[in-house]
Design a binder for this molecule. Sequence first.
Ligand SMILES: Nc1nc2c(ncn2[C@@H]2O[C@H](COP(=O)(O)OP(=O)(O)OP(=O)(O)O)[C@@H](O)[C@H]2O)c(=O)[nH]1
Ligand SMILES: [Mg+2]
Length: 318
Amino acid sequence: MTVLDRFFRKDKAALSRIISFIENREDGYLKLLSKLYPKTGNAYKIGMTGPPGAGKSTLVDKMAVRYFGQGKSVGIIAVDPTSPFTGGALLGDRIRMQNLSDKGDVFIRSMATRGSAGGLAAATREVALALDAFGCDIIIIETVGVGQVELDVAGLCDTTIVVLVPESGDGIQTLKAGLMEIADIFVVNKVDRDGSGRLVSELRMMVEGRRKNRDGNWDYPVLRTEAINDIGVDKLIENIKSHRKFILGESSENYIYNRVKSELKLIVKQRIIDNILPELLTEDAVDYYAKRILSNGADPYSITEELIAKMIVEDVKT
Ligand SMILES: Nc1nc2c(ncn2[C@@H]2O[C@H](COP(=O)(O)OP(=O)(O)OP(=O)(O)O)[C@@H](O)[C@H]2O)c(=O)[nH]1
Ligand SMILES: [Mg+2]
């Protein structure tokens, strides 16, 4: 039996192998993704982001227990853009989530840095695709809200939750604008700490201002949780359900159609960046063109046109 056969028989070891295969971009991984794709479309993807130590993993853990209790299978991806190796935080996550991973229908995977931010987001999408094809009903993707990655990851999630804590700084002004933009649901965690009331009202005010500038009528919820004591988690699950209903609208067709479109665009873009661009812009080629600019009056714009023409001609030939 091949690994893929075992994968389709819900063998977790095979799932691990398939994920590594995809993550490492081994020969034939694109073909493999094509084989997995027809089996996807069932999973609901939830993004969980926020500052380091906000309590994201603790919340994910508690949420997973709820979904598990509803008989759903849950895949968790912890994306760690800062530490390329199994760092302390990651190890901590593994330990904290251990009680879940023993249960059977939960699969946890950590991902480390790979090349560009876009590359990491693409790899995350592909791992999520594998989890979806495997039969996960819910996929939760945790990212630390410190860079570009979580913005890209939010793009592939159906519902994005931004977790903030009273100690995130002097109020919401200091938070990255991008982080606020991607939120469908805000969670103020560690409400047992001082200052949570103020943060909640600041967020509610911001959300109020934002609602006036947007169409649609999703009321961005601002929820209070104390993840460590399992408080506020049911409400969060309810709000995710409401958001799901909201985005799917009267019929899910439109949502899925737009999803497929944006996914296709991203995949093509990433493929050009990963495979075509490096061939076009080799160090030697760049040297050659830079010299032409400096010595015989060529300009970067016409060189770009030349390069693109070359790319198209070469493509037609093959
Ligand atoms: N006081 C208090 N502590 C909490 C709460 N929720 C989580 N913590 C603690 O906060 C610390 C960080 O929690 P994590 O769940 O690892 O936070 P995280 O956002 O996943 O952290 P990174 O993945 O490292 O960015 C841990 O020591 C948790 O026990 C809470 O509601 N109240
Ligand atoms: Mg964490």
